[in-house]
Each structure stands twice: as structure tokens, then as C-alpha cells.
Design a protein around this ligand. Structure first.
Ligand code: ATP
Ligand code: MG
Length: 505
């Protein structure tokens, strides 16, 4: 008779149910795994054999066949060890066959029968919850699985504990939900940044409305410093967003301490990052930085130093909030609703526009350097600010509002937006995500504002995309106004326009 265990395969963040079927039949002794296993899955028979041996259980000298159905889906990863081992134990009547069919199982086995952590436990637990399954996962992943709701979870440390639980000689309790440590990572406070009032205000607007932002300026002006203040002024994730973000991090295997993430992600990949690292994919399907920054910030310092291919590949996720990865053997879509914050120097030497310091190649060096950024990419960046060097006298002055005060203003503006879009769509929470009909309905300009926008849009030859993005920024500025403004006024449009174009030389 065939023993069956439920497990899963991952396709992006989506789950595909996999049925592990184990048959023990007469014939020459052999142990075969079929159903498109990759190398890690094929090697699992050695781990399973050793783990069972560690418990004093020998595999029968018969023909053991393990089929991972459906046979046409590529199986990747090490989480098939535990379902295969349990399937064998059920086929050998060591554990009850019928009861095992209720469980969804994932886990990697060590040679001493320990159960090691695996990726993707949170989405698997959510899948189990929605299918009325129970879940067996490694002890280290119990903390993330517990957030999936009313699902019955067993999180054993090793195979022996699990067998004892199944036989009723030991009871495993349900794991407690764990939270990721929110205090990790040190970010400077906004009050430590002296001068740079325009850039600070622009950062506040960007944080409030989820807009993309580019800072351009001389070396040492404080671009990297200002950007790293961003995590301190962003509001925490809502419970729904926290689950969404944690699911992606669970699949990529970097959920901090196996707990739920509550703070908005802030990802700052180095400019040597490859295209698959940034967008996702590679030999193993894995979310890229754009997806790990979902509902948070992707900070790209020294923007033109990124490879051209990587920068152009950002265009699609910036527009659609999704990263689509196509490879020979897989095709996956990951959510990538992130906010881009970027910084760069005006030229390679960095001093273009500074009268005493610019090099002999100016202004050619500036246009060569800036041409590395394509028009379509710049068109997607709503807020562009130039930063001059801070005068030395200003460095001893006080730095203005602290991150906490700015965070309160940002939080207030975000709750106005959440109220505005709450009924319209679950996925829209900030102005930057609004388009189409909803934009027309919710972002109304008064007459002088409309006149100013039309006049400037024509003069600046704004694209349709830039035009709508500008209205969204103006709406955020209106939301940040101390008195709530139903209609976008002229001053809001004027401020939004002032962020629109850097005079590339
Ligand atoms: N406006 C500022 N207020 C206070 N300190 C500043 C300011 N700007 C720069 N600094 C100091 O200078 C250091 C370097 O600044 P930062 O790395 O942000 O410069 P940058 O603009 O990113 O330069 P680069 O173009 O070379 O990357 C900071 O760590 C900080 O100590
Ligand atoms: Mg820098």
C-alpha cells in the first residue's frame, strides 16, 4: 500500500501542493526518488537513511519508491527530507498512515535525526490554515508558523520527538509566535543632519507618500547619511503588511531570528549587485532585493555605478510593483512594491558645479556620468533634489526636528491616506500607489493649481507618467499640511514642481 504525506513546492510566493507517495514493494533492494527532484532533493535519501539509522530503524531490504507528485513540477530545496522520512515510516507502519494524511510537512533532516530549519514555513503554514491541514515544521521555524492563524502546529526538535508524539508517549505543545528583534541596526537621527533643509523636507514628503526620490550632490554633502535616516521616520507595518513582508523574507530564508517582521524593510545593496540579486531568480528561484524591500525602501547609493542592465531591469517592478523572473525551468512572480531612494554625485570626480574644485573635464564628465541613467528610469523618480555642500558655520548649528517628530507627521499623513483609500482597495495605502479612476476621484486640484500645473507641464514637457506622479506628490504635500486640505492648492503643486527636475548639466 502507498503512504501519502502532503508537502509543498514554491513558485514565487505562491504555493503548489506536492504529494509525497511512498511505496515499499518486493524486488531487488533499491531506494529511488522520482518526480523532477533537484540535487538537494535527490541527496535527501542519504540523509533520510542516516537519520532513521540514528534512531535504530533500518530501511527494509526491499524496493523503496518515492514519487513527488505532480511529476512535472520541478522540486527544489531540502524541505522534502522530513516528508520522505515520515512517508517511509508510515509505509513501514511505525506511525499511523491515516493520521499523517491530515498534516502538511516540511523540514530538513540532519544525520543524527535532528530537524533543521528550512525556508518558506510561513507561507506553507498559511496554506495549511486555508486548507484545514495541520502542520509539522522544524522547531526553529515554529515561531513564524504560529502567525498563520488557527492552524494546529507540531514543531519538533528531532525525529524521535515527533515519532513519540505520534505514538502518544510524548506531547509536543504548540509553538508561540515570535517577533523579530526591532532594535537591530543603528540609524542616525534626522536632527544629526545639519543644514540641507530642502533635502530633509523632500525626504519627509517621500516617506509620507511612498514616493521615489533621487539625491544628487557633492561628496560629503550628507546624501548617504540622510538616506539612512529613512527607517527612523517610516511608520511600522500594519499587521497585514507584516505578514506579507515576512512571507517573502521567509521564502528567501532571511527572516530575522525566525520571527515576524514589524518594521518596514530598508535594503541597501552594494552597487556591485548583479541583476538576479536585485530583481530575483538566479540558479535557484529566490526573491531579489526589490522584493525583499516590498512595503519598504530600496536604497541605491552611487546610482550610476550600478550596471546598466540592473538599472534598466528596475523599470518594470517600479511601474508594476511586481518582479517577474523567467528562467529555463521556472517562471515566478514576486511582489515588489517598494519605494526607491537613490543617491549620486553629479560626475565621477564628484565636484561638477563647484567652481574651485571641478576637474578639467567638466562639464563633459558630468553628462557622461549622468547619461548612465536612462530617461525612463528618471521619469519614474518623482522627487529629485540637488544637495550643495553644507557651509562649515552651519555644522555647529542645531539640526532641526528629530526623527521622532518627523515620524509623527509622516504617520499622520499616512493615516489620512489610509482613510482615503481604505474602502477602495486593500492594496493601496499611500498616494504613490494610486492610479486611474481612483486618482481622478481622490486627487482634485483647485483652479489656480490646475492652471499652474498645465502651464508648467507644457513648458517642462512632462510625460503623462510624470504628470500623474506630480499630482500624487502634490497630494502628499497637501496631506502634510497642518490644516487638512480637501483640494490640492497652488502652493502644493509649486512645491511638487520644485522637486521635479534636476538641471542635469
Ligand atoms: N549635513 C550634514 N550634517 C552633519 N554631518 C554631515 C552632513 N553631511 C555630511 N556629514 C558628515 O559627513 C559624513 C559623510 O557624509 P555622507 O556619507 O552622507 O556623504 P555623501 O553625500 O554620501 O558623500 P559621497 O558622495 O562621497 O557618498 C557623515 O557620516 C557625517 O559625519
Ligand atoms: Mg554617499
Amino acid at each position: 500500500m502507498v503512504a501519502r504525506i502532503n508537502t509543498v513546492a514554491f513558485k514565487g510566493v505562491d504555493i503548489q501542493p506536492v504529494d509525497v507517495q511512498v511505496q515499499i514493494s518486493n524486488g531487488l533492494p533499491a531506494f529511488t526518488i522520482v518526480g523532477l527532484p533537484d540535487k538537494a532533493v535527490a541527496e535527501s535519501k542519504e540523509r533520510v537513511r542516516a537519520a532513521l539509522h540514528a534512531l535504530g530503524i533500518a530501511l527494509p531490504a526491499k524496493r523503496l519508491t518515492v514519487n513527488l507528485a505532480p511529476a512535472d513540477v520541478h522540486k527544489e530545496g531540502s524541505h522534502y527530507d522530513l516528508p520522505i522520512a515520515l512517508g517511509l515510516l508510515a509505509a513501514m507502519d511505525v506511525i499511523p498512515k491515516i493520521e499523517m494524511e491530515d498534516y502538511l510537512v516540511l523540514g530538513e533532516l540532519a544525520l543524527d535525526a535532528g530537524i533543521r530549519s528550512v525556508t518558506g514555513v510561513l507561507p506553507a503554514a498559511m496554506h495549511a490554515a486555508s486548507n484545514d491541514n495541520r502542520l509539522i515544521c522544524p522547531a526553529d521555524c515554529g515561531g513564524e508558523a504560529a502567525w498563520a492563524g488557527e492552524v494546529d502546529i507540531l514543531a519538533p526538535m528531532n525525529l524521535l520527538q515527533l515519532i513519540n508524539h505520534m505514538k502518544g508517549t510524548q506531547v509536543l505543545s504548540r509553538p508561540e509566535g515570535k517577533l523579530a528583534d526591532v532594535t537591530s541596526g543603528h540609524y542616525p537621527d534626522l536632527s544629526e543632519v545639519k543644514g540641507q533643509e530642502t533635502a530633509k523636507r523632500a525626504l519627509e514628503v517621500a516617506a509620507a507618500g511612498g514616493h521615489n526620490m533621487l539625491m544628487i550632490g557633492l561628496p560629503g554633502a550628507g546624501k548617504s547619511m540622510l538616506s539612512s535616516c529613512m527607517p527612523g521616520i517610516l511608520p511600522p507595518l500594519s499587521p497585514r503588511e507584516a505578514l506579507e513582508v515576512s512571507m517573502i523574507h521567509s521564502i528567501s530564508g532571511d527572516l530575522p531570528e525566525g520571527g515576524l517582521i514589524q518594521t518596514r524593510p530598508f535594503r541597501d545593496p552594494h552597487h556591485s549587485a548583479s541583476l538576479p540579486a536585485l530583481i530575483g531568480g538566479g540558479q535557484k528561484a529566490r526573491p531579489g532585493e526589490v522584493s525583499l524591500a516590498h512595503r519598504g525602501v530600496l536604497f541605491l547609493d552611487e546610482l550610476p555605478e550600478f550596471s546598466r542592465g540592473a538599472l534598466e531591469a528596475l523599470r518594470q517592478p517600479l511601474e508594476t510593483a511586481q518582479a517577474v523572473v523567467s528562467r529555463v525551468n521556472h517562471h515566478a512572480t514576486y511582489p515588489a512594491d517598494f519605494q526607491l531612494i537613490a543617491a549620486m554625485n553629479p560626475c565621477r570626480c564628484g565636484y561638477l558645479g563647484s567652481p574651485d574644485q571641478e576637474c578639467t573635464k567638466a562639464p563633459r564628465c558630468g553628462s557622461d556620468y549622468q547619461n548612465k541613467l536612462s530617461g525612463p528610469l528618471l521619469d519614474r523618480i518623482d522627487i529629485q533634489v540637488e544637495m550643495q555642500a553644507v557651509p562649515v558655520t552651519e555644522l555647529s548649528s542645531s539640526g532641526g526636528d528629530s526623527s521622532q517628530i518627523v515620524a509623527e507627521r509622516v504617520g499622520q499623513a499616512r493615516s489620512i491616506q489610509a482613510e482615503r483609500f481604505g474602502k477602495a482597495s486593500e492594496n493601496i495605502s499611500v498616494n504613490a500607489q494610486v492610479s486611474g479612476d481612483l486618482l481622478e476621484k481622490t486627487m482634485v486640484l483647485n483652479d489656480p493649481a490646475k492652471a499652474l500645473l498645465t502651464q508648467c507641464a507644457e513648458k517642462m514637457k512632462l510625460s503623462a507618467r510624470s504628470y500623474y506622479r506630480l499630482i500624487r506628490v502634490a497630494r502628499t504635500i497637501a496631506d502634510l499640511d497642518s490644516v487638512y486640505q480637501e483640494e490640492i492648492a497652488e502652493k502644493h503643486v509649486a512645491e511638487a514642481l520644485s522637486y521635479k527636475r534636476i538641471n542635469f548639466q
